[in-house]
Write a protein that binds this ligand. Structure first.
Ligand SMILES: Nc1ncnc2c1ncn2[C@@H]1O[C@H](COP(=O)(O)OP(=O)(O)O)[C@@H](O)[C@H]1O
Ligand SMILES: [Mg+2]
Length: 244
């Protein structure tokens, strides 16, 4: 049996029937504002804090200052973990192209030296900064990303990657070529019922692993993002007639 690690996201490990396989690569995808960055942050933060696994958070989206502030409102003291050397934050790699981690090799060096076990990438756009030359050649680009992911696996890292997509409806979701290189896909969305929106999560696939295929309600509050694994989204419950 492969070793399962806890995600650090309350409820998600139940949905995953124990957790994520160590060294797997997981895509977290959904529309803007659905909680992808928060999910990735919790994976890194609680991995370091509760499970002793050092992490790297690569952000092409937000600065550490901005993320630290929103993390505080979600119960995470991100900067203290960064100061303790348990979490390494790489910000907007495009701005550090002349120094710092700009290559796969640079990243692998940090992983090794700092005993890093979890890496989160927010978002997939990072690869376009890393491999701008291959932009016009989709096959080569995909090959480079695959090499990157294999190296993460060899380095003993569990890898979380965020990607944005515009379609929020699970039934109308289309997959991108890049989606298939990941071993697992977690989808986040909002479902409207009347004038309310409800946050939901589903695990679309985890290669070689049994997991629930149900859609679960998600809440985001002062304790962060939680998956209500024992509930059904109210927005998906058919109106029961005759029970008034
Ligand atoms: N402290 C908080 N309390 C409640 N909801 C929050 C809090 N912080 C963020 N959110 C919600 O989380 C959403 C952003 O989540 P985020 O992970 O940044 O989304 P994504 O990365 O998918 O665009 C916000 O739109 C907001 O609704
Ligand atoms: Mg985000």
């Amino acid at each position: 049996m492969a070793e399962l690690i806890k995600t650090g996201v309350p409820g998600l490990d139940h949905v995953l029937k124990g957790g994520l396989r160590r060294n797997s690569s997981i895509l977290v995808t959904g529309a803007p504002g659905t909680g992808k960055t928060i999910l990735a942050l919790q994976f890194i933060y609680y991995g370091a804090k509760d499970y002793g696994e050092n992490g790297i958070f690569i952000s092409t989206e937000e600065s550490l200052e901005v993320l630290d502030q929103s993390a505080k409102n979600l119960g995470m003291d991100l900067s203290s973990m960064v100061n303790k050397g348990k979490i390494f934050f790489l910000q907007k790699p495009i701005a550090t192209l002349k120094g710092g981690i700009t290559s796969l090799k640079g990243l692998l060096d940090v992983i090794k030296k700092k005993n890093v076990k979890r890496v989160a990438l927010d978002s997939l756009i990072f690869f376009e900064y890393l491999y701008p030359r291959f932009d016009g050649n989709k096959m080569e680009f995909r090959r480079q990303v695959l090499i990157f992911m294999q190296e993460m696996k060899k380095a003993g890292v569990t890898f979380f990657v965020v990607s944005e997509r515009s379609v929020t409806d699970f039934d109308r979701l289309t997959y991108d070529m890049m989606d298939f290189v990941f071993e697992g896909i977690i989808l986040l969305s909002r479902i409207r019922k009347g004038s309310y929106f409800e946050r939901v999560l589903t695990v679309a696939k985890i290669r070689g692993q049994d997991h629930s295929l149900d859609v679960y309600p998600v809440t985001i509050g002062t304790e962060g993002l939680k998956v209500l694994f024992d509930q059904t989204p109210f927005s998906l419950v058919e109106k029961e007639e005759g029970f008034k």
